[in-house]
Design a binder for this molecule. Structure first.
Ligand code: SAM
Length: 298
């Protein structure tokens, strides 16, 4: 059934991708973020950033027709690939029929029991990383699920929209720094691996992409008493980017408590006229600690 494309071209090459698509009469679903990568150099960069070897596992989200999956299978001990589109399952089974160390899981990654899946698929391996060319319409929910569920991961190496990658890696002081930067950097050390032009995908998306590597920290970057409260405080400081933290926090703690904010901020060495985008993770942590101690918001 598969011999035609198997013999024709290198994994991940434009020719092979087009051959597979033609052979199965596959039609792309924009609603599922289906943009397949057709650049072998980028595939190699993604795989090598993940620092895999035969003792490690790779969890891929959205394998598509399996180009990255095949590359991962050559490097990692075991690969589990989660694909939502049932039309791709028989194609993947066929394309990956010679790769016994790959398991394809049909499902929506946002609904799957990932800890259970990881335990079943990666038992005995020395570490697991997520490696994926993510569907852009759900990038942030997927990454936040991986981080908030505190999955035992070493790295998350993903292709995402360039602007989102830049926001994740942004340092305080610029317009790209926001609550997403704080959330990602709380759990991980981010590194931009490379910028990827939109021309290396079939079909081409409207925007450029980037590969970002998130290395999971042994413990969060800052110590906080209550994580949910910390993240609510961060969100509140960025509620209206042009406003000062004193003004944004007024909406958070309620107008009657407004006069408490000045002394509270000055007490922890933060000028109330600063904007959220200038605060470091350590400053957000001490702000959330001070608000919690003061019983705010009441
Ligand atoms: N890995 C392939 C590549 O690099 O060419 C395809 C990447 S494509 C950007 C994203 C893939 O994610 C598609 O195969 C799509 O069907 C799949 N996908 C979309 N939403 C998903 C979800 N919620 N759970 C699992 N897979 C999903």
């Amino acid at each position: 059934m598969t011999e035609g494309f198997k013999a024709t071209a290198e994994v991940g090459s434009p020719k092979r991708t087009k051959d597979i698509i033609a052979k199965y009469g596959f039609t792309f679903k924009k609603s599922l973020g289906q943009n397949f990568l057709i650049d072998q150099n980028i595939l190699n960069k993604i795989v090598s950033a993940a620092e895999l070897d035969e003792t490690k596992g790779a969890l891929e989200i959205g394998p598509g027709i399996g180009a990255l999956t095949q590359r991962l299978a050559q490097t990692a001990g075991r690969v589990t690939a989660v694909e939502i589109d049932n039309r791709l399952i028989p194609i993947l089974k066929d394309v990956l029929s010679d790769t016994p160390n790959v398991h394809v899981e049909h499902g929506d990654v946002l609904k799957l029991d990932l800890p259970g899946l990881m335990e079943k698929q990666f038992a005995g391996l020395s570490g697991v990383s997520v490696v994926a060319n993510l569907p852009y319409y759900v990038t942030t929910p997927i990454l936040m699920k991986l981080l908030e569920e505190k999955l035992p991961l070493e790295h998350i190496v993903v292709m995402i929209q360039k602007e989102v990658a830049q926001r994740m890696a942004a340092k305080p002081g610029g317009k790209e720094y926001g609550s997403l930067s704080v959330a990602v950097q709380y759990y991980c050390q981010p590194e931009l691996v490379c910028i990827v032009p939109h021309t290396v995908f079939i079909p081409q998306p409207n925007v450029d992409s980037a590969v970002i590597k998130l290395s999971l920290r042994d413990k969060p970057a800052v110590e906080v008493e209550d994580e949910a409260f910390f993240f609510r405080t961060v969100q509140a400081c960025f509620a209206q980017r042009r406003k000062t933290i004193a003004n944004n926090l007024t909406a958070y703690v309620g107008k009657p408590n407004r006069e408490l904010l000045g002394p509270l901020l000055e007490g922890i060495g933060i000028d109330p006229s600063r904007r959220g985008e200038t605060l470091s993770l350590a400053e957000f942590a001490s702000l959330s600690h001070a608000l919690l101690k003061a019983g705010l918001p009441a």
